[in-house]
Design a protein around this ligand. Structure first.
Ligand code: SAM
Length: 308
């Protein structure tokens, strides 16, 4: 059977990448690095990679089906200068890039979240813009293209203190991507291109990584394991459920962990050994080692040790 994506070569598993990632080592060259956020079906990313062999490209997208379509297009690119990851770009910018390592960031048609109640989901908040600034080289550019004029006005409101100079242009459809074609078919003629050039460097503290090490437990009762929801200082941890395999003496604890905008599902495995119960992160669990993960770890440890 031929896989739909043809080749997985450009696909990277972010859990296996060093933090920060040395992209020049991944590409095995010193070419400048550009990023596309939310590449959708990958038309633009594939064109960039094909037409600019002197540049390396890294793309981020959350939808699996769109990544499959993109991998298909990338299999026809004649250069080995593009990689794609399935992940939210926000933790990617926090953990996978060194300061001043990206020369250009492209973002075509980010979700505008037009409803007032959904504005909190918009990507280019001041905090995220500062993070983007920190990862861009001096005079590096973030280009945002949208069909939704209120979105551009909102991004402009986020700009003060983010270190960018802004130039806004009204343009005709120019990118021939799936979403752009959709708006064109719907009759839209005018689009907006915001070019943000890094003028001033933002100072940002490097986030500390959580140390999720193997724990030994003095006591663990899988039949009565309970954990209260936790919410403080931008971190929330919610216990979802516990599965226990009596024969294998192994429990799997499912948690939801939220750090500001980073939302993670993790599973902690607690298993019996001749030396007692041990607690570890279940293999394959998606994880960025945030402060929320460290807190979740501590909470599971405390809850497991407590006798009800
Ligand atoms: C409206 S679509 C545009 C897709 C493509 N750029 C185009 O023009 O056809 C927005 C895309 O951004 C992706 N996206 C939205 N927020 C994202 C995030 N935080 N990280 C990565 N991708 C994101 C979505 O999954 C979606 O595919």
């Amino acid at each position: 059977m031929t896989p739909f994506y043809i080749s997985l070569k450009p696909f990277l598993d972010y859990r296996k990448l060093p933090r920060p990632t040395l992209w020049n080592e991944i590409f095995a060259n010193q070419k400048p690095l550009e990023v596309e956020i939310g590449f959708g079906n990958g038309e633009y990313l594939a064109r960039l990679a094909e037409s600019r062999p002197d540049t390396n490209f890294v793309g981020f997208e959350e939808y699996c089906e769109r990544i499959h379509k993109t991998l298909r297009k990338l299999s026809r690119v004649n250069n080995d200068n593009v990689r794609v990851l399935r992940m939210d770009v926000r933790p990617a910018f926090e953990y996978l890039f060194s300061p001043e390592s990206i020369s250009y960031i492209h973002c075509l048609y980010p979700p505008p979240w037009p409803k007032k109640s959904d504005i909190k989901h918009r990507l280019f908040t001041t905090d995220f813009l500062k993070r983007v600034n920190h990862r861009l080289t001096l005079n590096g550019v973030l280009k945002i293209v949208t069909d939704h004029h209120p979105y551009i006005l909102w991004v402009q409101e986020q700009l003060p203190t983010s270190g960018f100079k802004a130039t806004l242009k009204s343009i005709a459809a120019s990118y021939d991507t799936k979403f752009e074609r959709k708006w064109v078919e719907g009759g839209q003629k005018e689009f907006y291109e915001l070019i943000l050039t890094k003028e001033e460097s933002m100072e940002l503290p490097q986030k500390k990584e959580a140390d999720v090490k193997l724990y030994r437990l003095n006591h663990f009762d899988p039949h009565h394991f309970q954990m209260k929801p936790y919410s403080e200082s931008g971190i929330a941890v919610v216990f979802k459920d516990i599965l226990y395999d009596e024969a294998k003496k192994t429990a799997l604890i499912h948690l939801l962990v939220n750090d500001e905008h980073i939302f993670q599902n993790i599973r902690v495995v607690v298993y019996q050994t001749p030396q007692g119960w041990q607690m570890n992160l279940a293999e394959g669990t998606m994880m960025m080692p945030t402060a929320g993960i460290a807190k979740a770890w501590e909470l599971v440890y405390e809850a497991a040790q407590s006798r009800v």
